[in-house]
Write a protein that binds this ligand. Structure first.
Ligand code: AMP
Length: 286
């Protein structure tokens, strides 16, 4: 366990990282909204493996919440988070207040175009613009060499890659695999808001993704048939489906035929809690 330096001020954060970079050290950055779990920690481990200095930000970004009650209920546990980060020997934690991040005259908003309106974007208007806006700000405050994201939020990863490329920022974006609970449920800060009974049923999301892989490996090539069976499985578990999709992993447009690797994505609601997950579907895999 080592000392982790907690920084809440923009100028202190930027000066600190600029000094670290001036010494030629490689800086890794993991942006989070806190309520840390093993998924977040795997990103941090990866940053520590690849970089000399690791920075984690904890900021519940109001701009990316399309529902006020989701923002209000979002789990927050800074003391436990700091303790986890200490155990991982993270170097810096950035914990800005909303006022620090968004001055009252704040006017910048990042438009991410077409990608923002597909899949998640259809159900969460403004979400990806909020994500891209806060990340652009964070990338300027924490001028890192490498930034780590989870492929659990696959569309977010795509948005980030696009924004970084379009803004010519000299940052490498790394996507890390999804960490799961024993029954397959993707770890998420929101999982702790599920009731015991909802938590039991939540594994249907992972099961539906596994089912898709099985059906395609057995020879099904029509995405409509695969989606139909996935939806049936989710219906049986009594969740409300926002979308089930089989898309091209690069463009996120729906596949017409499953002949090469495709990405299956699922978004459901259990009460007021929204769960998302995805997996690569490989026609050639056994
Ligand atoms: P969040 O705190 O939800 O904004 O997530 C912060 C980062 O952790 C994002 O890059 C997420 O994609 C990533 N993340 C969230 N859940 C998982 C998980 N189960 N496995 C791996 N990465 C994750």
């Amino acid at each position: 366990m080592s000392h982790v330096e907690i920084i809440a001020e923009n100028s202190v954060m930027r000066d600190t990282i600029e000094k670290v970079r001036a010494k030629g050290r490689i800086v890794g950055f993991v942006p989070t909204m806190g309520a840390l779990h093993a998924g977040h920690l795997s990103l941090i481990e990866e940053a520590k493996n690849r970089c000399d200095v690791t920075v984690v930000s904890i900021f519940v970004n109001p701009l990316q919440f399309d529902e006020q009650c989701d923002l209000k209920n979002y789990p927050r546990d800074l003391a436990a988070d700091i303790s986890s980060l200490q155990q991982l020997s993270v170097d810096y934690v950035f914990t800005p207040s909303p006022e620090q991040m968004y001055r009252s005259e704040h006017c910048m908003s990042v438009d991410v175009g077409e990608l923002a309106h597909l899949l998640e974007g259809r159900f969460r208007p403004g979400h990806f613009s909020g994500v891209a806006t806060v990340l652009m700000k964070l990338f300027h405050l924490i001028p890192a060499n490498i930034v780590f994201f989870g492929t659990k939020d696959y569309q977010q990863l795509k948005v980030v890659q696009q924004v970084v490329e379009d803004s010519n920022l000299p940052i490498e974006i790394v996507g890390c695999p999804t960490v799961r609970e024993e029954d397959g449920l993707a770890m998420s800060s929101r999982n702790r808001l599920l009731s015991h009974e909802e938590r039991q049923r939540a594994k249907c999301v992972f099961e539906s993704l596994e089912l898709a892989q099985k059906i395609v490996a057995e020879g099904e090539r029509d995405p409509k048939n695969v989606i139909h069976k996935m939806r049936k499985h989710l219906h049986r578990a009594g969740v409300k489906i926002d979308y089930v999709a089989l898309v091209n992993p690069d463009t996120l447009y729906p596949e017409k035929e499953l002949i090469k690797n495709a990405l299956a994505l699922v978004a459901v609601r259990m009460g007021s809690i929204r769960l998302i997950d995805n997996r690569l579907i490989q026609p050639g895999a056994g």
